[in-house]
Design a protein around this ligand. Sequence first.
Ligand code: ADP
Ligand code: ZN
Length: 222
Amino acid sequence: MKFVFLGPPGVGKGTYASRLAPKLGIAHISTGDIFREEAAEGTELGNRISAIMKRGDLVPDGIVIEAIRERVKKDDCRRGFILDGFPRTIQQAKALDRMFRIDMVLNIHMPHDILIEKISARRVCRECGDIYNVADIQRDGIDMPPMLPKVQGKCDKCGGELYQRPDDKPEVIKERLDNYNELTKPLIEYYRKKGLLHEFQARTGPEKVIPQLLELLGKYKR
Ligand code: ADP
Ligand code: ZN
């Protein structure tokens, strides 16, 4: 089972992928998490990546593709994976085509104003990357209760400190969305033409969404 989760920053790709992958026995591969780890290590490459991420720009294709090539070699990918945040450019998608046959691309949608509100309210565990959200959104047919930790400011999974990603601040959000519209959105057509695209409207919190997606993705079990 090999899936790509597509959609703008903050749409829920990471939340969904991190909950679905263990249930399906496949790996959750988040290029954002990989680069945040690299940045935290403070290597020369890490520092370069960190500067790019802080601006909300994309890491160069060559670096991203190499990171994926290495990641998919790991044992946990034997039965498949969910790619969360990769590919983000046509060049990356073409590189992926040369590596694997993808089963399905899930294109996750959310209204623009809700997206902005959700990104600004996102909190992430500094240690394990677990995702929380303090926004309570109930309007326009949307029912997204907050995703709060049991203890305020602390990760449920590992007790790590929750923080707001520097690129989740308003100035950087705009840059990231511009980059999404210019560079990543063309992938929707790219995968539609291949017959792989499945559209999904996010209207409720993960409690309701996860069972729906589990059924959908489970159909690709071999
Ligand atoms: P989000 O989906 O909320 O924007 P991610 O954690 O997926 O956040 O990505 C954070 C940052 O990591 C991006 O803004 C970008 O700088 C970098 N990044 C992640 N994946 C890629 C990719 N496939 N290509 C280029 N840059 C990437
Ligand atoms: Zn944690």
